[in-house]
Design a protein around this ligand. Structure first.
Ligand SMILES: Cc1ncc(COP(=O)(O)O)c(C=O)c1O
Length: 404
């Protein structure tokens, strides 16, 4: 499929895993890894590495890995480097931030979560609300279209709203709420904050946290070619207000006070390499931030085009039901095949070297809300390395099963 600025063949050549003939549609669960990222991790581990510090070269390497990764994430999402917090996972980030915020909540305060979200951006807030005595409110969404509107959010706001937790994009259905409009509504309540789960949005769109209006924005590098850890970013001034539990001798500075224990220096080097890789996806010039934005616009364009091809292909197969049809969406299709369980479709496709799992993918509330229960359905997500041939193989595989 032609795309002006994304050379998919060139991109694919950076991924050793793609030479094995498997078509990966499980990017929403974690993308494949480019050689550059794996090399950066190995190089950091073997160069001589100690606990970060300033005296030995090995200490300085660790320190540089941290500083470089904060700056890389800042270029990826358009925030300040000193507002970048590294965590074990996005799930841990939400638990940590929710516990820190909940110290300021009490009876009568309201915390708002959504049925669209991954459980990582629901359960930590449910727990924190319970622990603080705050009231929990739920944002619902349209069961047929899978759209979650500003009105759906506004319906749950009140003068007592302290926090709204909402996804930038659903990892199950692809729906992308209008975050700037949501942020405007949330911020009309004095003192209310917006925590955005950007895990599924970040791999698919240019991100500018200030434009989105997110007070906190979480993402996971392993969803965009990087290693397995989490990130949450915020204005350093907001982080200064919060006092998470921490060890006595560890730094009380921001953002370090939010980072418990020794950071995974090698993984941080991998994340820097992932952001550099993204900056190089489309041929462009300028600062890394500018190149990231150009690349991500090209990714969006490429994925939109290929996604239309995927949806056309799947909807032409008799017996296939596509779940949700949000207008603004990531290239993430959720579907069922009549007469077959999701697990059967998943296993059938796996036998054809097409990886498209079936599950609720931890978006359990959303899956139940749209009537798919705890089992969910089959999910096919695109990535910048997805080729037209991959999509054709998926569709042919589904058609072969549906025709039986
Ligand atoms: C939208 C979304 N949020 C949160 C998570 C959890 O991320 P992590 O594994 O970094 O905790 C995922 C993982 O699939 C996700 O897709």
């Amino acid at each position: 499929m032609a795309c002006m600025s994304l050379d998919v063949d060139r991109i694919r050549s950076s991924f050793p895993a793609l030479s094995q003939g498997v078509a990966y549609f499980d990017g929403p669960g974690g993308t494949q890894t480019p050689r550059e990222v794996a090399d950066a991790i190995a190089a950091t581990m073997t160069a001589g590495l100690s606990n970060h510090g300033t005296v030995t070269a090995a200490e300085r390497r660790a320190e540089e890995a941290i500083v470089a990764a904060r700056s890389a994430v800042a270029d990826l999402v358009g925030c300040r480097a000193d507002g970048v917090v590294f965590t074990r996972s996005a799930t841990q980030a939400a638990y940590d931030v929710s516990r820190a915020l909940a110290k300021r909540w009490g009876r009568g305060d309201e915390v708002v979560v959504s049925r669209l979200d991954h459980d990582a951006n629901i359960r930590p807030w449910v727990r924190a609300a319970e622990a603080s005595g705050a009231t929990l409110r739920w944002i619902e969404f349209d069961r047929d279209t899978a759209e979650l509107t500003v009105a759906d959010v506004a319906a749950q706001l009140s003068p007592r709203t302290r926090l709204v937790a909402l996804t930038g994009a659903s990892n199950l259905l692809g729906s992308r709420p209008d975050l700037p409009a949501v942020a405007e509504a949330v911020h009309a309540v004095p003192g209310a904050l917006l925590y955005v789960d950007g895990v599924h949005l970040t791999p698919h769109a240019p991100i500018d946290v200030a434009e989105l209006g997110a007070d906190f924005f979480a993402c996971s590098p392993y969803k965009f070619f990087g290693p397995h850890h989490g990130v949450v970013v915020a204005d350093p001034a907001l982080l200064e207000e919060l006092h998470p539990d921490k060890l006595l001798p560890s730094s009380d500075a921001v953002p370090e006070r939010f980072e418990l224990g020794t950071l995974p220096y090698e993984l941080l080097a991998g994340t820097t390499a992932a952001v550099d890789f993204i900056a190089g996806l489309a041929a462009s010039e300028g600062s890394r931030r500018q190149r990231v934005l150009t690349s991500m616009r090209a990714v969006e364009e490429h994925e939109d085009e290929l996604f239309t091809h995927l949806l056309d292909g799947l909807s032409a197969v008799g017996g296939v039901t596509l779940h949700g049809s949000p207008k603004r969406r990531t290239p993430t299709a959720l579907f069922s095949v009549a007469g077959h369980t999701g697990q059967q479709v998943y296993e059938h496709l796996a036998g054809l070297d097409v990886n498209a799992p079936a599950s609720s993918f931890y978006a359990l509330e959303a899956s139940r809300w749209i009537g798919l229960g705890d089992d969910g359905a089959v999910r096919a997500g695109l990535a910048p390395y997805t080729s037209t041939e991959d999509v054709d193989r998926l569709v042919a595989g589904v058609a072969a099963l549906a025709g039986r």
